[in-house]
Each structure stands twice: as C-alpha cells, then as structure tokens.
Design a protein around this ligand. Structure first.
Ligand code: TXA
Ligand code: MG
Length: 322
C-alpha cells in the first residue's frame, strides 16, 4: 500500500484535501490526522472491516477498545447513552481533550468497543480533525497513530515512520497543541465518575465542573480500561525515573525541567514548564533513544495541577511500571 502524505493548514484545511481523505474513510480505508492531543489513526467507526484494519496496522491487542471521534453532540448521542454528568462535561469541555465512556448504543460495532457494553466518545478540538469527521459523514474510530507500545506521534513524520505502507493517507497538520492524549472518564455509573486515564484535561477542572472528586482507577477499574494493562510509550532503550537531587550514573540521555549535576547537555531536552514537557515528551523519547546511551533519565514532575498527572502516568508507563 502507498501511504500518501498531504500537508494541511491545521486552522484552515484545504477542502479538496479533506474531501479526498473523507472518501478514503467512506471506502473503509485508514487516514491519520492531527488532533489537539496526538495524531490519530482514523477509520469509519461503524465499519467492522475498517476498524479491524486499524488493529492490524498498529499491531494492537484486539481487546483494547477504540475512541469514537464525533463532530457534534447529536453524533455523540447517537453513539452512546448520555447522562446528566456526561452532558455537563460535554457542554463545558467539548471540543477538547476529554473522552467519556458511556453505555454504547447498538450502532457501534463490537470491534470498535472490543466487545464491551460501553463505548468511548470524544469531540476533538482541531479544525482538521473536525472537518474530516464532518466530511466523512460518519464517526471516526481513532487510536493514537503509533505502532502499539511505542510513544504516541505528535507530528506527521513520526506517523509516517510507524505507518508507512500500512495506511492510505496522512494529513500533515504540523505539530500538535498538547502532546499527551485525552483524559478518559468513565461515567457509566453516573454516581461514581472514574478517571481511567489522566491526560490533556486536568483532573481539577473536571472535578470543579462535576462538583465532586473523581475516583482513581484501582485494580478493579483497570479491567474496565483494557488499554491501561499493556506496556505503552516505550522507547527502544530503558527509561529511568529521576527526581530532583538524585545522582545519575553511567551513559544516559536526559529529559525534564531541572538540570541534573553533570548532565551532558548535547543529550538533554530541558523544558520550562509541565505544559512544554507534555508537548515534548513523546518526540523527546523517540529522539533520545537514538543517542548512544544505555538509558534515558526522565524527571518525575511533582506539580499537583495541570498536565503533571497525565505526564506522570505516561512517564511511569514508558518506564515499564504498569
Ligand atoms: O487523545 C486521545 O485520546 C487520542 C486521540 C487520537 O484522540 N486517542 C487515543 O486513543 O489515545 P488510544 O486508543 O491510544 O487510547 C484510548 C484509551 C485506551 O486506554 C482504551 O483502553 C480506552 O481509551 N478506552 C476506549 N474505549 C473504552 C471503553 N469502552 N471502556 C474503557 N476504556 C476505553
Ligand atoms: Mg495510544
């Protein structure tokens, strides 16, 4: 298969390019596209055959369900049974980096939700993503557009690196805005909102909107978010978590906000904030794994709010702590 890359202005995507991509989606093909979080690997969420080719292209375990990307609230209502909390969060935070898990309607094929009775829905905040969903006239199932287990792609070059020859088209809308994936909230039990995956929408703003604390995932809820079971975001060399003040030994590359004593700055990526850290984490892991070192030291961000919780989740998983 030839993978075509088409450049788009993320804020004002060329309608001809969007129409071409939409035709591929309608025909059951695969199109990678930018969202505000990471690049997604999209297929018609209602087409079982198309959805199974996502799993093949990524090498994704069949029991890990996909997020259904929608253009409008009405589309979300056609996919899942919304409840009051869902309406509240959707009205406040969509389009945005928030995914809601709710009881699925029959229209969503079992392949998309990996056989679960629930489905995950999200309205992405990216003009190219929105234009593509609208033009394709369907909902788009899209995991992150990386080979399963690798760091997620935050630019089109990385998508091409992992997906060349495996998908039909890549919409190149440049570097993404956030850099880590959406926050996933399970609202199946409206009385007990559960955070399945921290991410681009900070916990505290969701809790403020709901007027209550989110329950944390435990072993029980891990079962409810199958994706969190697998090793994720892993570069080719080990990731070691570093806390400010600790001593690092041996040959290593470094990524973080503080500068460790004795670090080789040629092999270091230094960020000025948790937001920048989130933006550069995945690309940084992919760059530093190519250095001639035995591990990548990644700082453990200690901040309470903002993107730090999502960052900690991605860092601990890339270090192999599941
Ligand atoms: O920001 C994002 O969410 C990106 C962009 C492309 O939208 N997508 C993304 O998809 O991160 P993926 O497949 O890499 O992660 C989806 C997560 C997985 O942890 C999966 O297990 C969980 O959402 N998930 C999907 N459907 C679910 C369901 N019905 N119940 C529980 N968890 C679900
Ligand atoms: Mg992923």
């Amino acid at each position: 298969m030839m993978t075509v890359t088409a450049k788009v202005d993320r804020w004002n995507p060329n309608p001809d390019v969007i129409a071409e991509a939409a035709e591929i989606i309608k025909a059951g093909g695969l199109v990678a596209f930018p969202t505000e979080t990471v690049y997604g690997l999209g297929a018609d969420a209602l087409n079982t055959q198309a959805v199974s080719s996502i799993f093949t292209a990524k090498g994704r375990p069949q029991d890990n369900p996909l997020i259904v990307h929608v253009y409008s609230l009405e589309q979300a209502e056609s996919a899942v049974h919304m409840n009051d909390s869902a309406y509240r969060l959707a009205r406040t935070f969509w389009p945005g980096p928030l995914t809601l898990v709710l009881p699925s309607r029959d229209i969503i094929p079992a392949a998309t939700r990996a056989g679960l009775s629930t489905a995950a829905v999200r309205m992405p905040d990216n003009p190219t993503a929105r234009a593509l969903i609208f033009a394709s006239g369907t909902m788009i199932a899209a995991p992150s557009a990386n080979t399963s287990g690798r760091p997620s792609p935050t630019d089109a070059e990385t998508v091409l690196h992992d997906m060349a020859g495996k998908i039909d088209m890549i919409l190149d809308g440049g570097s993404v805005k956030l850099g880590i994936e959406s926050t996933v909230i399970d609202l199946t039990d409206a009385a007990r909102p559960l955070m399945l995956r921290p991410g681009g929408m900070p916990r505290e703003v969701i809790e403020a909107e709901l007027g209550r604390a989110l329950e944390v995932y435990d072993t029980g809820s891990m079962k409810r978010s199958p994706g969190t079971r697998y090793r994720h975001y892993a570069p080719d060399i080990p990731v070691v978590i570093w806390r400010k003040g600790e001593k690092l030994t041996g040959d290593y590359a470094y990524m973080g906000m503080n500068i460790p004593d004795g670090v080789n700055m040629d092999r270091a990526v230094i960020f000025s904030s948790a937001e920048n850290f989130a933006h550069g984490l995945f690309a940084g892991l992919r760059r530093l794994e190519r250095e001639d070192v035995s591990y990548i030291a990644v700082e453990w961000p200690e901040e309470e709010s903002g993107l730090a919780e999502g960052l900690r989740d991605r860092i601990s998983r890339s270090a192999g702590h599941i």
